[in-house]
Write a protein that binds this ligand. Structure first.
Ligand SMILES: [Cu+2]
Length: 116
């Protein structure tokens, strides 16, 4: 029991800034960043529908065994060919609906709704 209390105290102590080191004031206006991973595997985007707040970064991760692309249908972005294991990241800022597909397998489609 005493060890557990000591452990907790150490964990709590680690949460407080060290003397002389600025902490939370470094970036007072920075919004918390958010990231969502979409996997490209078995010829589908997973998940295939996303609802995210503006400012969210989506990481398209090819976790399959074949190359894929993450291409926005309106030409906003195109990952180029992603080999297995490669990733592409895009931050969605404008609130609207987006359609992302794979150029190599156009039946692979992902719908993204950016909004509150
Ligand atoms: Cu593909």
């Amino acid at each position: 029991m005493r060890l557990a209390v000591l452990g907790l105290a150490l964990v709590l102590a680690g949460c407080f800034p060290r003397e002389g080191v600025p902490s939370a004031d470094l970036e007072p206006h920075a919004a918390p960043s958010r990231e969502v991973v979409v996997s490209m595997k078995d010829f589908t985007f997973r998940p295939d529908t996303l609802r995210i707040p503006p400012g969210t970064a989506v990481v398209f991760a090819n976790q399959g065994r074949y190359p894929h692309t993450a291409t926005e249908s309106g030409g906003l972005f195109d990952s180029g060919v992603l080999a297995p294991g490669e990733r592409f990241r895009y931050t969605f800022t404008l609130p609207r609906e987006y359609s992302v597909y794979c150029k190599l397998h156009p039946y692979m489609v992902l719908h993204i709704m950016v909004g509150p």
